[in-house]
Write a protein that binds this ligand. Structure first.
Ligand code: PLP
Length: 328
């Protein structure tokens, strides 16, 4: 196995790790055919209401601190989990943060916007519904910070850079160590793909630590990331840690379950949220994990997972938006 020199990458401790790994017996039984379903509870990473962005930010914010930056600028949709978690992590580390959010989908003081208000986050809305407009807006804010004598650090949407994806390579090291201790093996991992950094890290980390396990990404947007951009991110992340595991573009398996659009709830996603809550007392969200679980259920109906296979569902968080985005 390729050994990674984790000491070469500065990292700040922000999360509570390892997150739990456990079996979902009722949901697994519903899949039929003797299949077993497990969940990795990255909704319980221990800051804000939890979620996948914490693993990425441990590397990204350490990099910002190492470079002497004092103000973190990041961006996302109005209800961005990533933005709210970034602001909270910055508060913990004594860094300033500025959140540049798309105005489309603004919900007043609900969900993550409520959390942002409570934690005193500096939110700047961009009056647009296109992620394309968010980068010039972040650059303008960075210029403003520099002019005032600060040192800005831009974290792209979702923190999906090679350093961010590294968080999920380390997350897979954690997962497969847990699996080994519990004498489990997974034939398949199902993981959400939004901006793509989580999925990229999961694909690369799985190739490193459990090459026989297959990974399927469930896409919940039509334009945030695709097979080519995720493959590029995997290559860049592999270069960073000097781990050439020989992945090819076709190893990036993405299935589209976005429905009408990013952050627009789908009937299938909502149905999957209800099923998971009823079966397991486990709550998913309408933007990411509900649609991801809907994808898992649909693929299972189409016999995508062989009988008796054991499947791991990555729970990436998102609970706050359940209280903001209408699900009817
Ligand atoms: C951001 C997010 C994702 C997607 O992760 P990416 O790394 O952006 O692909 C999945 N689930 C939740 C809850 C998120 O907040």
């Amino acid at each position: 196995m390729i050994m990674i020199d984790w000491g070469a990458f500065p990292r700040v401790e922000l999360g509570t790790f390892p997150t739990p790994l456990r079996e979902l017996k009722n949901a697994g039984a519903a899949l039929g055919g003797g299949r077993r379903l497990f969940v990795k509870r990255d909704d319980l990473t221990g800051i804000v209401l939890g979620g996948n962005k914490v693993r990425k930010l441990e590397f990204l914010l350490a990099d910002a601190v190492a470079k002497g930056c004092d103000t973190i600028i990041t961006a996302g949709g109005a209800q961005s989990n990533h933005a709210a978690i970034t602001a909270a992590c910055c508060n913990r580390l004594g860094l300033k943060s500025i959140l540049v959010l798309l105005k489309r989908g603004e919900t007043g003081q609900k969900g993550n916007l409520l959390l942002n208000r409570i934690q005193g986050a500096d939110v700047r809305f961009v009056d647009s519904d296109s992620m394309g407009d968010i980068y010039p807006a972040m650059d303008a804010v960075a210029g403003e910070v520099s002019a005032a004598g600060g040192k800005p650090y831009i974290v792209p949407v979702g923190g999906s850079t090679p350093l961010g994806a590294l968080g999920y390579v380390l997350g897979m090291e954690e997962l497969f160590a847990q699996a080994k201790a519990q004498k489990l093996r997974f034939d398949h991992i199902v993981c959400c793909a939004g901006s793509g950094g989580t999925f990229a890290g999961v694909v690369l980390g799985t190739a490193l630590y459990s090459p026989a396990t297959r990974v399927t990404g469930i896409s919940i947007s039509k334009d945030l990331s695709g097979q080519a951009s995720i493959y590029k991110l995997i290559r860049e992340t592999a270069d960073l840690i000097r781990a050439d595991v020989g992945l090819k573009e076709d190893d990036v398996v993405l299935k589209q379950y976005c429905g009408k659009g990013y952050a627009v709830p789908s009937a299938e996603g909502n149905d999957a949220i209800g099923k998971m809550a009823a079966w397991e007392g486990l709550f998913l969200d309408p933007v990411y994990t509900g649609k991801t679980f809907a994808g898992l259920l649909d693929l299972n109906d189409k016999r995508y997972f062989p009988e008796k296979s054991s499947i791991l569902f990555m729970h990436t968080g998102g609970a706050a938006t359940l209280f903001a985005i209408a699900m009817e």
